[in-house]
Design a binder for this molecule. Structure first.
Ligand code: AFP
Length: 286
């Protein structure tokens, strides 16, 4: 139940939609005949999840704007001083054919999009794993829920990153990494307290870091200096949640949340995880 608070309403609508999104994946595993604004081929499920969330979120009282990785422009849907919701409707949709982890990522901003992460009032993700779960950050607290049908059960009301990091996962192709990032990656790989966990869907990989401690990165690449992930729909929401859980985020030089965006679909190098690993990364990229 929500008490009429629009932030709670958005979170509840996304949680309620998760079951339908998951059910709707069946039969929508092929590519749609379209590309998203970042030039990536859309899966039928990308379009389905986006249309379902756009319809429901844009009709919430107190929401004035819906933006998505899958659509060029935002939907203006209410009075000017409402909330702006940025969504990656189906993160990791290329994992659909291989039946691997995917997620839905959201950021709830109190400024019009594109907005800096400092304008976030809540963020989170749905993880379509063996169990459908939701992680949600608000007012400095990260909570985890299990979702089944219309039920949302609180399973952890204060998640913090474990002090001793255990996993790492780095995206992009090694030949495309900068020399500085590759040197950092080799240092991490040689640390026998850490082990590789990379599944190709940021949400699954970041959720491993939230659960076990460690670092996830999709770094700047030689031919893509701003990396692959989108600031509004992936970088900011992930950074907000990991920082609320006591970790750190960085675009390579400072917190992702401080970046002033130019465009709705700006990309950002994403590095999130335990403080000391992010500190070591920033030292390496100096
Ligand atoms: P898709 O949604 O196209 O599968 O991309 C997923 C993603 O944006 C992010 O979730 C992953 O971390 C990253 O791309 C994987 O990219 P690579 O395929 O280049 O490893």
């Amino acid at each position: 139940m929500t008490d009429g608070d629009p932030v709670d309403e958005v979170i509840e609508v996304i949680a309620q939609s998760a079951t339908e999104i998951r059910r709707g994946l069946v039969g929508r595993r092929e590519d749609a005949d379209a590309e998203n604004p970042s030039g990536e081929t859309q899966a039928e499920a990308d379009v389905y999840a986006d249309e379902l969330l756009a319809d429901r979120i844009s009709s919430i009282d107190g929401v004035c704007q819906y933006g998505s990785e899958e659509r060029q422009e935002t939907i203006d849907c209410g009075d000017e001083d409402g909330l702006s919701v940025g969504v990656d409707p189906l993160d990791g949709s290329s994992n659909l054919k291989s039946n691997n982890t995917m997620g839905t990522v959201f950021g709830i901003y109190d400024e019009p999009l594109p907005a800096p992460g400092t304008a976030l009032v809540a963020s989170g993700w749905i993880l379509y794993g063996p169990i459908t779960t939701m992680a949600c950050a608000r007012d400095g607290t990260v909570r985890k829920y299990e979702l089944a049908g219309d039920e949302r059960s609180l399973v952890d009301d204060g998640i913090t990153l474990p002090d001793d990091p255990l996993v790492y996962g780095f995206g992009g192709r090694v030949p495309d990494w900068s020399e500085a990032f590759e040197a950092f990656a080799r240092e991490v790989e040689s640390d026998d307290s850490l082990k590789l966990r990379y599944g190709g869907a940021m949400i699954g990989d970041v959720n491993q870091v939230l659960t076990y401690g460690g670092i996830f990165a999709y770094p700047a690449l030689e031919d893509a200096p701003r990396g692959k992930l989108r600031l509004q729909f992936e970088g900011n929401p992930i950074a907000y949640l990991v920082e609320a859980a006591g970790g750190s985020s960085s675009d390579g030089s400072g917190s992702i949340l401080e970046i002033e965006p130019d465009d709705l679909h700006d990309r950002v190098p994403v590095h999130v995880g335990n403080d000391e690993l992010i500190d070591r990364l920033e030292d390496a990229l100096e």
